[in-house]
Unconditional design. Structure first.
Lengths: 213, 213
DNA sequence: TACTATCCATAATT
DNA sequence: AATTATGGATAGTA
């Protein structure tokens, strides 16, 4: 740990040589003495990337860095004409989302081949289904021959279960639907303005002025 | 446009006073002259946040900033014990994703009340369904009374269409399923290591060494 | 919350 | 791709 020791030494030396600030001085006095001794804080120090234990510090960091992350995402989107969506769950499962998350999720799922598979029948029949270019689960109920009806029902039922299972895979009671206020079209592709209100999505009505973590 | 003029002036002055570098010098010679004249480039300059027109420059910026964004997301996740997922579509609809996107999407959808509504029947019946605490679409086919079967079928069929419609809402041919190689569990909560291979998700097999945008 | 010194991401350049 | 100098994000403090 030569590195750690080195930075510790630096830190101590700093403290010994320059006591940060005389707490007895008023703000005005501090401002006046700035010219002679401009160093009033240690400024930003390097931190190790590991979980922050202190609850309060962690909340502050989460708030600051989340804001920074969303700002970077907005810049990336504008500069490069890309769509960017971010979903964040804080420790206490509060959602913070950035971008047109709903649309992006749908695009994402559409490009994910595992989405629609029959629960009972294994993989979706490849090659376009039953001769008319549609998958079996795309056919009208009325077009299913009577003799295939039972199998079709089973498949459809399984598909429904499978979809629901996928949605609820994370656990928890599937019948409980948290009534989240979900922002959906936050980010215009150009001239997007960054405000905390635009960025932050809350599960409940947090008190104003308290970030809520 | 005082600002633009000012920065232009600055730029010109720099060029006039300090020609960046003599192109005739070898790398070794440049390194040796560093001590006398340390300024060899203009370094990072301030840019306006607007769409980059030059294709090549935009690709480079997208690659750099995407990497930076994902790194920030990883740090946020580790420092604050939060789950973070990012979905990015480049201009040419190439997916780049970060984090356990699948899981986060499922959580997100679970907290979104609009997910499951009957296509025909309007809203899901509130209050727990038909007396056994389950929604109608959760019931086994076998438990549906004969006289309700037709309506049930219609509802189920509608539900299926509704789900699929939601998934495909973005447009495009729903039967086309791009075989995306989707990373699913990229980010361990702690000790997560940042490598380009871990971060980048491609829709196709790009040539090695070419970022592909 | 606001400030400030520091450090890191990245625009420009090779 | 690699390098360098700058600009902006942010850790620490008040």
């Amino acid at each position: 740990m030569e590195n750690g020791e080195a930075s510790l030494t630096t830190c101590l030396r700093f403290k010994e040589q320059k006591p940060m600030q005389n707490p007895k001085l008023t703000a005005k006095q501090r401002k006046e003495t700035k010219q002679q001794n401009p160093k009033t804080t240690k400024g930003r120090q390097k931190i190790e990337i590991k979980e922050i234990k202190e609850e309060n510090k962690r909340q502050v960091t989460f708030s600051k860095r989340r804001t920074g992350l969303f700002k970077k995402a907005a810049e990336l989107s504008v500069l490069c004409g890309a769509q960017v969506g971010i979903i964040t769950f804080s420790r206490c499962q509060r959602i913070y989302a950035f971008g047109n998350v709903k649309t992006l999720i749908e695009s994402y799922l559409r490009m994910t081949p595992v989405m629609l598979r029959s629960y009972y029948g294994g993989d979706v029949e490849s090659g376009g289904g039953d001769g008319d270019g549609r998958m079996w689960w795309e056919r009208e109920v009325e077009s299913v021959p009577e003799e295939e009806m039972d199998e079709y029902m089973k498949g459809l039922n399984g598909l429904r279960e499978n979809l629901w299972a996928r949605i609820c895979e994370m656990g928890g009671d599937p019948t409980v639907q948290v009534n989240a206020q979900v922002c959906e079209d936050l980010m215009a592709p150009v001239n997007w303005k960054m405000t905390d209100e635009n960025l932050t999505v809350r599960n409940d009505q947090g008190q104003a002025g308290y970030d809520g973590y």
